[in-house]
Design a protein around this ligand. Structure first.
Ligand SMILES: [Zn+2]
Length: 203
């Protein structure tokens, strides 16, 4: 299971640094010091009408953020952390790490194996998104953090996003999956999707 891979990375990182893992998850340190991945900003060409946020060059252990989308990263709080965790997902789940590193031949520019489009729905992209969600928001820690507080409005979800340093969208999807909140089409927050659908069927 993808979520188990994410918790395995967190568990091994925690053991390596001799500290318990807490929210917000230190994804920069996990990428740099534990997975030994570098990061770089560089323009990445995009197909027409598609947004590419980042890519991964396994042979160079390199995550490339798309310089052409710098404004989007500036606009969306914590997008960089979210994308980095997504690329870690590709690295942990989809890359044959031993083979990738031996493919690095001198004088040969290794390919960007994962080019992450915002609208892509391939199984690899979905797996990386799921990994990211569980890496940045381990469900046990999130449940503990929420405690007994009510999640009744979008600003509550924004606040939780701030606390955990994830985008609002990532927080919203996690809460929906956990059955802790559901945001309807007009932005109203319900206790859960089931409850919302139940209310609608009564109308
Ligand atoms: Zn991706």
């Amino acid at each position: 299971m993808v979520s188990r891979h994410a918790s395995d990375v967190l568990r091994r990182f925690s053991a390596a640094c001799g500290q318990p893992i807490n929210l917000p998850i230190p994804v920069d340190r996990i990428a740099e010091n534990f997975c030994l991945l570098d990061t770089l900003w560089e323009p990445i060409p995009e197909p027409p009408d598609h947004t590419v946020l980042a890519g991964l060059i396994p042979a160079r252990r390199l995550v490339v953020f798309n310089e052409n989308r710098r404004l989007l990263y500036d606009d969306v709080a914590f997008l960089e952390r979210t994308v980095l965790a997504h690329e870690l997902g590709h690295w942990a789940l989809h890359v044959d790490q031993g083979a990738a590193l031996t493919e690095s031949l001198p004088g040969f520019d290794p390919p960007m194996n994962f080019v992450c489009r915002q609208d892509s729905d391939t199984w690899e992209e979905r797996h990386a998104a799921w990994f990211m969600s569980h890496l940045l928001l381990p469900r046990n820690l999130l449940v503990e953090h929420i405690g007994k507080r009510a999640i009744a409005s979008l600003s509550d979800i924004y606040q939780l996003g701030q606390d955990c340093q994830v985008t609002v969208t990532v927080m919203q999807i996690a809460l929906e999956q956990m059955g802790r909140a559901y945001v309807d089409e007009v932005g109203r927050v319900h206790p859960s999707r089931q409850e919302y659908l139940g209310q609608r069927s009564l109308l």
